[in-house]
Design a protein around this ligand. Structure first.
Ligand SMILES: [Zn+2]
Length: 453
């Protein structure tokens, strides 16, 4: 190992330069005009894997390509599968970026660029750990497989199909996913649970055109007014979701888990200030960490309808709509929640309008065992690289592939994230701490050793 850690230290600058190369590629999967950029990035990764010593290929899908790479030079040793994604969120609103999103810039020990933390900086650190084992030794002590997709941010199902069709190729003993954040700077952690999601849209339609609000006002239901009333009925005043049956399958936290959460160094006041809020708000009877990690939610993501231009325009809009996401926790089932949502919306729609309900996406919540050998060893690797004990946490977001891996390959993933809570994922000025990047490489190199034992 000393030769490997030495190599990692000596190559810090080149590792960063190579990360920059990836970050300069505007791989926005939601933007159809960037299709060639995604192909270019996938081809770049294939060449990069091959140069290090893995066998790599580009897998075409109906959407953006998947990159698969493997090295199976340790017969008898365990096989570790690493997952990541090379696509990124759109960069807009561009005017809020202090430096160009696809021109990585270092400031205060962070690299600012779209995709730096989500997820290029995170999956790439495992690639660099593998490289160190190849160049400073005789290869990684475990067999390794990488699957890097290009549609994580686009909610496509091509990866799910690829995994289901290639369970033999992807067979492994352990799965490492680095696409989450640690609890805090200086507080390394492993995430053992994620929320699921159901994403819906409701469209309320009234008259066959926008109407003069003076000539018609008072005789027709205004779809925007109706929509507002409907949204207000999604929660009670205490923040509890009112959809019938919504909480039926929610598993309450155990006393031990609540105690674990309470032990974490979470400061609600600091959290409030970081968000510039006059007050925090959430479902009564739970702490903030319990709310964000172990309680389901229902949130309006966007509302549209009527006149939104400059000045006034006196109309009753013909329609109004809202996009609504629900974050789910074990054992809520996305199909059941979708059905309950539709039934509730139909129930509260007044007879004076029509309503259309669309489902945009669904993912299951997941909790992995906290005593698996891989998770225990990942904790040890973090301790070696950071010099401090790693804590266990959950995440409020969703990574659907974790549930797919569990179902198709029978292996629970270890969510070994190296992001930080203030990385501004999906927001302007996304960043990755270079310290986290370098310690991540070290952690990954140690973990390969530990998993081989
Ligand atoms: Zn991500």
């Amino acid at each position: 190992m000393p030769a490997v850690t030495d190599y990692i230290t000596k190559n810090r600058q080149r590792y960063v330069d190579e990360l920059f190369e990836l970050l300069r590629m505007p791989t926005v999967s939601a933007d159809s005009t960037k299709k060639q950029e995604l192909i270019r990035c996938a081809e770049h990764l294939v060449r990069h894997f091959a140069a290090i010593g893995l066998t790599a290929k580009l897998v075409k899908t109906p959407g953006h390509p998947i990159v698969y790479a493997e090295w199976l030079g340790r017969p008898g040793a365990p096989t570790v599968l690493y997952y990541g994604h090379y696509d990124v969120q759109p960069a807009d609103p561009l005017e809020l970026w202090k430096t160009p999103p696809f021109e990585p810039t270092i400031k205060g020990g962070n690299v600012y660029a779209r995709g730096s933390s989500d997820d290029k900086g995170q999956f790439f650190l495992h690639v660099k750990a593998a490289e160190a084992h190849f160049k400073a030794g005789d290869g990684p002590p475990v067999n390794i497989k990488f699957i890097i997709e290009g549609e994580e941010e686009a909610a496509a199902d091509n990866l799910e199909k690829y995994i289901a069709d290639n369970t033999k190729l992807l067979a492994c003993d352990h799965i490492i996913v680095s696409d989450t954040a640690q609890f805090d700077q200086g507080c390394p952690s492993i995430c053992y649970g994620l929320r699921g999601i159901v994403y819906m849209e409701i469209i309320v339609t009234g008259p066959n055109r926008d109407l003069h609000s003076g000539e018609f006002g008072g005789t027709v239901a205004n779809p925007a007014n109706v929509l507002g009333r409907m949204i207000s009925r999604l929660h009670d005043d205490n923040g509890r979701v009112q959809i019938d049956g919504f909480y039926n399958d929610v598993v309450e936290l155990s006393t031990a888990e609540k105690a674990e959460f309470a032990r974490l160094p979470f400061d609600p006041e600091k959290y409030r200030k970081s968000l510039d809020l006059p007050q925090l708000f959430g479902e009564k009877g739970y702490t903030d960490l319990e709310r964000v990690w172990a309680r389901p939610t229902c949130d309006v993501n966007g509302i549209y309808g009527g006149y939104m231009g400059e000045g006034g325009k006196t109309i009753i809009p013909a329609k109004a709509g809202a996009k609504i996401s629900m974050r789910l926790v074990p054992d809520q089932d996305p199909e059941t929640i979708e059905r309950q949502f539709i039934a509730y919306i139909k129930k509260i729609t007044p007879p004076s309008v029509r309503v259309e309900i669309i489902t945009h996406g669904k993912a299951r919540p997941v909790v992995v065992p906290t005593d698996s050998p891989a998770l225990t060893k990942a904790r040890e690797a973090l301790r070696k690289a950071y010099g401090t004990e790693a804590v266990l946490m959950r995440g409020g977001g969703s990574i659907p592939v974790v549930e797919t891996f569990k179902r198709e390959l029978g292996v629970p993933a270890v969510l070994l994230g190296f992001g930080l809570p203030d990385d501004a994922l999906h927001s302007p000025n996304e960043k990755m701490s270079l310290e986290q990047f370098h310690r991540g490489i070290l952690t990954s190199a140690y973990l390969m050793e530990l998993l081989a034992e």
